[in-house]
Write a protein that binds this ligand. Sequence first.
Ligand code: ATP
Ligand code: MG
Length: 202
Amino acid sequence: METPEQRNARHKKAMQRKKEHVDQRIAAAVIDKGLLLVLTGNGKGKSSSAFGMLARSVGHGLRCGVVQFIKGQWECGEHLLFASHPLVEFYVMNTGFTWETQDRDADIAAAEKTWVYAEALLKNPDIKVVVLDELTYMLTYGYLNPDRVFDALTGRPSDQHVIVTGRNANDRLIQLADTVSEINDIKHAFNAGIRVQKGIDY
Ligand code: ATP
Ligand code: MG
């Protein structure tokens, strides 16, 4: 039977090995570059994660840009907080959800108009972080020319980070990205009849 002292010694040894391993990996990561991050999947947490990174970046004094490709029904807290922030340029596509507009031509026109703002951010070396919220739908629905989108992403300043959110991120986007997280839907309160909650859902 292991004594508490032996257990503690074994734990210490395991943690030392772990620390060596982690330290080696940290020492090996020496590259700095602008990242493309994709947050996809059916679970809740994609846009809120993107805006969490925006908050971090603004906290560090970085200039940031946000383009939201789908305007929700509710005025979201991130817009209220960041739209008038001196470090943030914030543009919201002025149509509702696609199943509400039900007008493909109008949606395409709005998407293209909105993409012009994204392109300007992706060309601006002073903007260090760009959030393209719900961009994946513009590609899935074919509202934006994919080559136009990918040219802007690949041609951006080399130290600029871009965060793309939305379900069903396509293979081309995943291939190009540096970091991709898929958030799974295990459970969502809405499916239990609970309506959207301020601060949590919008
Ligand atoms: P959030 O903005 O909360 O991080 P999200 O960006 O991951 O959510 P979206 O698909 O953009 O998800 O949907 C936004 C809204 O839909 C939010 O109010 C969110 O709570 C809700 N929602 C997200 N995922 C689900 C789900 N799996 N079932 C029901 N409602 C969801
Ligand atoms: Mg979202």
